[in-house]
Design a binder for this molecule. Structure first.
Ligand code: URA
Length: 448
C-alpha cells in the first residue's frame, strides 16, 4: 500500500494547507523512483507555483532533493568548504577569478589547507554564459570528473570545477525538466530548492550567492531579487550553511568582454592586475571578501578580507593558482593562447563606433546577451553546440566619455548578418550629451 495519496497531497497544497516532512519526502522520492506520474507532479508543481510553500516545506523539499543522490564525500580535516552561486548574467565570469583568489588568500591568511572549493557548475542556457563553457575554451580541460577524481582534486588542489553528474541530485534533473514544460520554473520555493539541493550536495559550510537583477538577468526587479535572496539565505542557514546573498546590477555586461575564450583571457588579465573593469572589480571583490570572511568563520571582517584579496592581485602566487585551475584538470594554457591567436585571424570583426561625441549612457545587457546568442555563443537547448571563440569586446562602459567615431563595441563573429547586428547594437547603445555616472554595481547584502 502506498503511504500517501498523491491526490490528497496535491489537494493540500492547492488549498493552501501545509504538508509535513514525510509528505514532501514522499513526493520527491516516489517521483524519482517512478512510482508517481508526471501528471501528479505537474499538478503539485502548479499548486506550488500558485500558492507557494512555507520556509519549512522549502527546507524539506531541498533536503529530499539533495538526498536523492550522492554527496561530495567530506574528509575529516578542519578545512572550511565554500562555494558561490550566481543567478547568471551577461559577461559574468567571476567564478574563474574567485576560485584561485579565495584559495590563495585563505592559504596566506588562514593557513595551508584552510579552504576547499568543491564547485559544481553548469553550462550556459539562453544568453547567460556558463562557467563550464568558459573553462572548456582551454583545450584539454575536462569538467567530467568522477566523484573519486573530484575528491582527489580537492585533497591535492583544494578545489575542483566539475559539471553536474547523473548521480548528483537526480531529483533536480527530473523536476527541472518537468518545471520547464509545465510553466512552473518561476516559482521562488522551487528555484530555491533547485539551487540549494545542488549546493548542499557539495557538503558546504559556507555559500555566497550573487543575485543579479536588471535587463540582462533573469530577475528584472530588485524586490524580486531580494525575495529570492532572503529565501535562499534562510533555507541555507536552516541547513547549517553560513550563507549571504549580494544583490548586484546587470543592466550592462560585466567586464570588458562577453564570450567564452575572451572572458577567460580577461580573467587572466584581471588576476595579473593588468586590466580591471570597474564593474567586474566591484562585484568580484565583494564576493571574494565575503567568501574569505566566511572561511575565517567571520573572524576576519569583510573589509579586511577584501583588502587581503586586493593585495594578492598581480602576485605570481595568484597567477600560478589561476593557471592550476586549468592544468589540474587537463587544460593546456599554451594551447589556449594559440587558439586565441588563430581565432583572431579567422574571426570577422565588426566595429560599432559612436556617431557623436558625448557620454555612454546605456549598454544594454539584455540586448548584448541576445546578440551573443545570435552570433553563436549561447545555447537555447542544453545539448546544443556553441562557438567558444566568438564574442563581444566593450571598449567603453556606461559613464565613459566618447569621441565621435570612437569604437564602443567590437563583435568577433563568423559570418553573422552584419546589418542585423548593427540594428541590434543601435537599439542597445545610447550616447548622450550630459555626463552620467557609471552604475552602482552593488545594491544590497542579505545577511540575516
Ligand atoms: N538555477 C537552478 O539551478 N535552478 C533553477 O530553478 C533556477 C536557476
Amino acid at each position: 500500500m502506498k503511504p500517501f495519496s498523491a491526490r490528497a497531497l496535491i489537494e493540500k497544497t492547492r488549498d493552501k494547507h501545509r504538508l509535513n516532512k514525510e509528505e514532501v519526502q514522499y513526493l520527491v522520492n516516489a517521483y524519482v523512483e517512478g512510482t508517481l506520474n508526471d501528471y501528479h507532479l505537474s499538478a503539485w508543481l502548479m499548486a506550488v507555483y500558485l500558492n507557494g510553500l512555507s520556509r519549512e516545506e522549502t527546507v524539506w523539499l531541498t533536503h529530499a532533493m539533495r538526498d536523492s543522490g550522492v554527496k561530495v564525500p567530506r574528509e575529516a580535516a578542519a578545512s572550511f568548504w565554500i562555494d558561490k552561486h550566481s543567478t547568471g548574467g551577461v559577461g559574468d565570469k567571476t567564478s574563474l577569478i574567485l576560485v584561485p583568489l579565495v584559495v590563495t588568500v585563505c592559504e596566506k591568511w588562514l593557513g595551508p589547507g584552510a579552504v576547499r572549493i568543491p564547485m559544481v557548475s553548469g553550462r550556459g542556457l539562453g544568453y547567460t554564459g556558463g562557467t563550464l563553457d568558459k573553462l572548456e575554451s582551454v583545450p584539454g580541460f575536462s569538467s567530467n570528473l568522477t566523484m573519486e577524481a573530484a575528491t582527489r582534486a580537492l585533497e591535492q588542489n583544494h578545489f575542483f570545477m566539475m559539471g553536474q553528474t547523473a548521480q548528483l541530485v537526480p531529483a533536480d534533473r527530473k523536476l527541472y525538466a518537468l518545471r520547464d514544460c509545465t510553466a512552473t520554473i518561476e516559482s521562488i520555493p522551487l528555484i530555491v530548492a533547485s539551487i540549494l539541493s545542488k549546493k548542499l550536495a557539495e557538503n558546504l559550510d559556507g555559500l555566497v550567492i550573487d543575485l543579479k537583477w536588471g535587463s540582462g538577468a533573469f530577475m528584472h526587479k530588485q524586490e524580486d531579487g531580494r525575495r529570492l535572496g532572503e529565501m535562499l539565505v534562510g533555507v541555507a542557514r536552516d541547513s547549517d550553511v553560513d550563507a549571504v546573498a549580494i544583490l548586484s546590477r546587470m543592466d550592462e555586461p560585466l567586464g570588458y568582454t562577453a564570450g567564452h575564450a575572451l572572458e577567460v583571457q580577461e580573467c587572466y588579465e584581471y588576476i595579473c592586475d593588468k586590466r580591471r573593469e570597474r564593474g567586474l572589480d566591484n562585484v568580484t571583490l565583494a564576493l571574494a571578501g565575503w567568501m574569505v570572511s566566511l572561511c575565517s568563520r567571520r573572524k576576519l571582517s569583510v573589509g579586511a578580507a577584501t583588502e587581503a584579496c586586493k593585495e594578492v592581485l598581480g602576485s605570481s602566487k595568484l597567477e600560478e593558482q589561476f593557471l592550476r585551475m586549468f592544468t589540474a584538470q587537463g587544460g593546456d594554457w599554451e594551447a589556449f593562447q594559440r587558439r586565441r591567436e588563430s581565432a583572431q585571424k579567422s574571426l570577422q570583426h565588426l566595429e560599432y563606433r559612436a556617431a557623436k561625441a558625448g557620454f555612454l549612457s546605456r549598454l544594454d545587457a539584455g540586448e548584448m546577451g541576445r546578440l551573443l546568442w545570435e552570433i553563436g555563443a549561447g545555447r537555447d537547448q542544453v545539448d546544443a553546440q556553441i562557438d567558444l571563440d566568438v564574442g563581444l569586446e566593450f571598449h567603453k562602459k556606461v559613464g565613459d566619455a566618447v569621441q565621435a567615431g570612437e569604437k564602443i563595441v567590437s563583435v568577433y563573429h563568423r559570418g553573422a548578418d552584419v546589418a542585423q547586428v548593427e540594428v541590434r547594437l543601435g537599439s542597445a547603445i545610447d550616447v548622450g550629451e550630459a555626463a552620467v555616472s557609471g552604475p552602482a554595481w552593488l545594491s544590497e547584502v542579505i545577511d540575516e
